[in-house]
Design a protein around this ligand. Structure first.
Ligand code: DQQ
Length: 538
């Protein structure tokens, strides 16, 4: 394992060593946040090996203390590993883990575990119930034993039944299977799934939760129903490694989900238009917020991961709530992360001329939190949008940061080397619709020049931001942490996360620039950049 670790992060969650993937069972219990995660304790960053649950606890979701591994093979129903799952607090005070166990025949079943001692706020030890598995694929239920996994947090309706979703598929039909139970041990499959959609393949890690319709950034318990909430259904598409979600209505009489605006199409909503998979939310009743966690995998090769001895980090936890439009979620890094901010660098309001860069000085640019807002004016020279440009990711890769436009590209060059041999560009580009005066805003994260190392995946990411740039302005908040760049547009409307591996722009050799390579000038109305302290993540 290499001693030099320029890609380890300073304030993103990651274990000391080895392979990590999905967040599992997040919960707040007796005032302590618990994060579990898919962990392969052998192999120095290689995915090959059985999964157990890693476990860490925290008081702020920023600093984490490691706890002993749990759900190691204990009985037939998890002999070959413990896959993803969730925690539900039952009877008001007992945390229960439902997770996917792998049997010696490599069948996927659902298992139940309880803390050995519920008076231990650290929940160090867990015991599997003798009744396991509590849900299994059978001939009658027509469930494929290799496509039956990732139970959600359960919710309960007034009939007293708990309900849980399990991800599945039949041929190409993706399914959120519904099971019900009065006692959390005996589970009966519902006749119909909560929701399904053809030609989408396996649905991993489903998540289902209510959000208030009032547009306030407060969360609500998973069992909440009624006219004050809408429901979010999220699934992780195994085929494309995308976390997509819909806003819709939960019909509790039919136990069915009705998305407001279709489910899977080219414009499916995604939490994140970069790297972001197997995410999961939980309700934090202490701060009345719903928190979204996710696995961010490496873009490097497995050989490089084994060399560095680890693979996989988690995104900064995000608070999520329903936008005022009720058409999408808003996501914002948890407030606690701002406690790591030090030495703010505030740039005065200024014009950034077309074709120029401005260096942001006096900052640890490899470990930073940056906020920048722009004001743009309607200009005679603005590119017309071609109606055939339906794929924002493709458009971003065709019109990279060095391709000048009328308004844009402008944004930030992050993890940049002094000679700009390396940088990850996060930027906007504004078009005018072909036949109207409407503006179209493209947001891009371009990794193509992120590293002189030719081996990492440097795919460019992109998304359209649904905003009127003249009236509302444009803003970016970018969390930079050595090998990750998480970019939030317009206060959390759209998010793009990227993993990058600079070879020159490391440690104190890293620079940060604002740039405008468009023809027209743009105003920077606000720029504050903070160096970030290291979090305690042992
Ligand atoms: N990872 C887990 C599965 C899940 C997949 C196994 C998603 O439970 O379906 O580590 O990344």
């Amino acid at each position: 394992i290499s001693a030099d670790q320029p890609y380890r992060t300073a304030y993103h969650f990651q274990p000391v060593q080895n392979w990590m993937n999905d967040p599992c069972g997040p919960v707040i219990y007796k005032g302590i946040y618990h994060l579990f995660y898919q962990y392969n304790p052998i192999g120095n960053g290689s995915p090959d090996g059985p999964r157990v649950w890693g476990h860490s606890t925290s008081f702020d979701m920023v600093n984490w203390s490691p706890q002993p591994l749990i759900l190691e093979p204990q009985m037939v129903s998890n002999m070959n590993g413990s896959y993803s799952g969730s925690i539900t607090i039952i009877q008001g005070y007992i945390p229960a883990i439902l997770f996917t166990g792998i049997t010696p025949q490599n069948e996927q079943v659902q298992d139940l575990a309880f803390p050995k001692d519920i008076s231990d706020p650290y929940l160090k030890e867990w015991v599997l119930v003798p009744e396991n598995p509590v849900m299994s694929p059978t001939l009658e239920n027509n469930i494929n034993a290799s496509s039956f996994r990732d139970p959600t947090t359960a919710w309960r309706l007034s009939d007293g039944n708990w309900r849980v979703l399990i991800g599945s598929k039949i041929d190409r039909l993706g399914l959120a299977l519904l099971f019900r139970s009065m006692d959390f041990i005996n589970w009966v499959q519902a006749d119909e799934p909560l929701y399904s959609y053809d030609q989408t393949g396996m649905w991993e890690c489903p998540d289902f939760f209510p959000v208030y319709i009032n547009g306030f950034p407060i969360g609500v318990d998973t069992s909440a129903i009624g006219p004050t909430v809408k429901h979010v259904l999220k699934v992780s598409l195994d085929d494309t490694k995308r976390d997509i979600y819909a806003i819709g209505t939960y019909d509790t009489t039919k136990d069915a989900y009705i998305p407001d605006a279709g489910f899977l199409n080219d414009s499916s909503l995604r939490y994140d238009y970069g790297k972001y998979y197997a995410s999961k939310t939980f309700y934090d009743n202490l701060k009345m917020q719903r928190i979204l966690l996710s696995w961010i995998n490496e873009s490097s090769t497995v050989e490089d991961d084994i060399k560095k001895g680890w693979s996989g980090i988690h995104a900064i936890p995000r608070r999520v709530w329903l936008d005022k439009s009720r058409k999408q979620l808003i996501q914002w890094p948890i407030a606690e992360i701002e406690r790591l901010r030090v030495n703010p660098v505030i740039l005065p309001t200024q014009v950034i001329k077309g074709g120029s860069t401005i260096e942001i000085p006096r900052i640890t640019a490899a470990q930073a939190d940056v906020e920048i807002s722009f004001r743009v004016r309607d200009m005679p020279i603005i590119e017309r949008f071609d109606a055939s440009w339906t794929n924002p990711q493709l458009l971003c890769s065709q019109k990279g940061p060095t391709v000048s436009g009328g308004l844009g590209p402008f944004g930030l060059l992050t993890l940049a080397s002094t000679g700009l041999e390396e940088y990850t560009a996060v930027f906007f580009r504004i078009f005018k619709a072909y036949d109207t005066n409407k503006f179209i805003v493209l947001m891009c994260s371009d990794q193509s020049r992120s590293s002189l190392n030719p081996t990492p995946d440097k795919t460019t990411y992109g998304t359209f931001v649904n905003v009127d740039p003249i009236r509302e302005g444009l803003s970016l908040r970018v969390l930079i942490d050595h090998s990750i760049v998480e970019s939030f547009a317009n206060k959390g409307k759209n998010v793009i996360t990227a993993r990058v591996y600079p070879t020159l722009a490391i440690y104190d050799k890293t620079r940060l620039y604002a740039f405008n390579y468009g023809v027209n000038n743009v105003d920077i109305t606000w720029l504050t950049a903070w160096s970030m302290r290291k979090a305690n993540i042992a």
